[in-house]
Design a protein around this ligand. Structure first.
Ligand SMILES: [Zn+2]
Length: 304
């Protein structure tokens, strides 16, 4: 494979985005990190943190399970309530606006597929009809059992987290039908109760859009999608390998990764020269990469 420099990839990315009929944005935690939110597995990531169960320190990775809404609701809501408050206050960085502007200018528009549950794409101006949140959203609640399959908006939830215990104070959200505890509509570990209704509806709209853009000039921009739980990378890789599209992969650490050498199902197939031309890896963080592509697009426009 002929290595592309980052500068070359950025230049080519600007050119293919300018010519695109449709834009697909596939985003993981790396997109949110530049808005000041923690990632998952890296240094400072959510799954390296701990909370408290009384005096005992508990890794939050063990807390992010539905069973705790029965046994220790104030502890698990301490974790999710802290995240809800943090995500509400977060401000989407400039990269979101750029993606939206690029996408809005395309004849077939833009779609977002993200594993992020923070709702920042909608906050940045993307429509509810343009987003798939494959792991759910913290801004929607469901019954823990669940006694019914409707979700409701978390806007009215106003949780106070006790700083010393890291637990949430009552009143905690409850299901209006059965009065059991409510929980965020987020896919957790060991989660058999996650209601997929909203994700399924999003996915149906996305599949319809994908069929509409087949054969068009599609550009996929993958941003900050990790390899530990490679849900987003599986999708981008699958689309790249099956559709004649460009893939701009923005990732500071996992451009070529261990997973890709071990697991063929998420290996981008760049064996053919034409596929190499369509694969544009940019080894930078989300905001920096998107800002630099925007600068390149502005330069191209000024030279016209
Ligand atoms: Zn219920």
């Amino acid at each position: 494979m002929v290595e592309k420099s980052t500068a070359q990839a950025i230049e080519q990315a600007a050119a293919v985005i300018a010519d695109a009929d449709a834009l697909l944005v596939c985003a993981g935690a790396g997109m949110s990190i530049d808005s000041g939110l923690p990632g998952f597995r890296g240094a400072g990531g959510l799954w390296t943190m701990s909370t408290k169960d009384g005096e005992k320190s508990v890794p939050v990775v063990d807390v992010a399970q539905p069973k705790w809404f029965y046994y220790r609701p104030e502890m698990v809501w301490g974790f999710y309530g802290w995240r809800l408050n943090m995500y509400r206050q977060a401000v989407p960085h400039s990269g979101y606006r750029q993606l939206l502007e690029w996408g809005r200018g395309k004849s077939h528009g833009v779609f977002v597929f993200t594993s992020n549950v923070d709702g920042l794409f909608q906050r940045a101006g993307f429509g509810e009809q343009e987003v798939v949140e494959c792991h759910g959203s913290i801004h929607y609640l469901q019954c823990t059992k669940p006694c019914h399959h409707e979700l409701w908006d978390a806007a009215s939830v106003d949780l106070v987290i006790d700083e010393s215990t890291r637990n949430a104070r009552e009143p905690l959200p409850r299901c209006s039908k059965c009065r059991r505890r409510a929980r965020p509509n987020i896919l957790m570990f060991d989660d058999m109760a996650f209601i997929r209704k909203r994700v399924k509806e999003q996915r149906q709209r996305f599949d319809l859009w994908l069929r509409q853009v087949a054969g068009k000039n599609l550009v996929v921009i993958e941003v900050g999608a990790g390899v530990s739980i490679p849900r987003v990378r599986e999708l981008t890789t699958d689309i790249f390998n099956h559709l004649d599209c460009h893939l701009i992969r923005i990732n500071p650490t996992d451009i070529v990764d261990k997973m890709e050498t071990r697991n063929t199902w998420i290996t981008v197939n760049i064996g053919a020269a034409t596929a190499q031309d369509r694969y544009l890896p940019i080894a930078l963080g989300a905001r920096e990469a998107l800002d630099r592509i925007q600068a390149e697009i502005s330069l191209r426009n000024s030279l016209r």
